[in-house]
Every structure is written in C-alpha cells, then in structure tokens.
Design a protein around this ligand. Structure first.
Ligand SMILES: [Ca+2]
Ligand SMILES: [Ca+2]
Length: 212
C-alpha cells in the first residue's frame, strides 16, 4: 500500500485528494496506490454485466460502501493482480472521492452477486480488463468532518495557512509542489475567489454526522 507520503498526487480533483489523505489518516480501506489511481483517473470506462443474480433487492447508490473482489488483467488475458490472490476483498464508499470516477462507474447501480467486466483504457493505449464481483453493500463508516479538521480556529473559513498546516507531514511533497497543490484546491473550491474557502463553498464532507 502506498503511504500518504507518496510523491505521486493522484489525478483526482484536489479536494478528492485531500479526502483520500483523510481516508488514509482515519483508517480508510482503500488499498490502491496513487500510481494506479493516477492511471485510472485519465481513462474512459466500458462496463458490461457478465452475470446477474436471480434476485436483486438492492442496488449500489451514493454513500454505499461496496465490498467486492476483482481480477485485473491485460487485454491479452495475462493476469496483473487479483484481490482473491491476496485473500482480501476491496471496498470503498461511493461518492466520497476516494476511488476514481472509473471505479465508481464500474460499480454504479450494481447488485450483490452481479459480475461485471470493465475495460479501462490505459495512458499508453493498452487497456486493462477488470472483472468485478460485488459481494456486499454495507453502511458507510461515519463521515469525517474534513472541513472541521482543517478549520483549526473554527471560524468556518479555510485559509491557505490552515490547509498548509493540515497538509504538512501528510503528503510528503516538496514545498513548491505543495504550493501548487494548494493553488489547485483554491482554484476548485474558492468559488468567489476571495482567498478563503467558506463552508458553503467547500464541496467535501463538512458536518460531523452526515445523514445518509
Ligand atoms: Ca479558519
Ligand atoms: Ca471564497
């Protein structure tokens, strides 16, 4: 597993990356390394159902925790990796920005017991094939109040200084990279461009107990 100090910032929105770090900090269960996320984030996804269960009482929706096994292979059939080989299913919470859009697309509206084949074009033009087998849909863990974690002085606004303080020691970036990253967060989140991110502007989790 890549540590949160990995030098590679995934190609997700800056906020999603922040959430990814929080996930790591609070024991999130995402086990993909950031290299892999980076690869997937730029790809388009083709999804096809291989097997439907006889009954489907519930389908995957936003804020569901999906638990699944997968096999990943080259289009030639050569195996790359498999959660079954590791003996441990994967999981993530849909819509929390911890998995890339392609993974979210792959499990969207899926039934327990359904098996899907997902084609993810790679950056080098070499597609990889995922076979995803959904084994459970669970309630998500309580949402960490990311906004509150960053807003140290509790004035309901995030400054560059607060975000810098929050990131220090988490990302393992060089100073210049960190500055770039913070610029990106402000570009995406500071909608009125006044130099602070208010609670209304912040698009991530901001309540201590989000109603789900
Ligand atoms: Ca503040
Ligand atoms: Ca603002």
């Amino acid at each position: 597993m890549a540590s949160p100090r990995s030098k590679h910032v995934p190609k997700l929105s800056a906020l999603a990356t922040l959430l990814f770090l929080v996930g790591s900090a609070v024991g999130g269960e995402i086990k993909w390394d950031s290299e892999r996320l980076k690869k997937m984030a730029s790809a388009g996804t083709k999804v096809e159902t291989l097997k439907m269960p006889r009954r489907c009482d519930r389908r995957v929706g936003a804020h569901d925790k999906v638990v699944f096994h997968y096999n990943r292979m080259m289009v030639t059939g050569e195996k790359i990796d498999s959660s079954r080989d590791r003996g441990e299913p994967m999981s993530f919470v849909v819509g929390w920005g911890k998995a890339s859009k392609e993974w979210e697309d792959a499990v969207n509206n899926m039934c327990i017991g359904e098996v899907r084949q997902v084609e993810m074009p790679g950056e080098d033009g070499m597609s990889t094939i995922l076979v995803v087998d959904l084994i459970d849909i669970q309630a998500p863990p309580p949402t960490p109040n990311v906004f509150k974690l960053i807003d140290k002085n509790d004035d309901k606004q995030l400054t560059k200084k607060e975000i810098t303080a929050y990131l220090t020691g988490r990302m393992g970036l060089e100073k210049a990279e960190e500055t770039d990253f913070i610029k990106k967060v402000f570009k995406e989140e500071d909608k009125d461009n006044n130099g602070v991110i208010t609670m209304e502007e912040f698009s991530g989790p901001k309540q201590p107990h989000t109603e789900l």
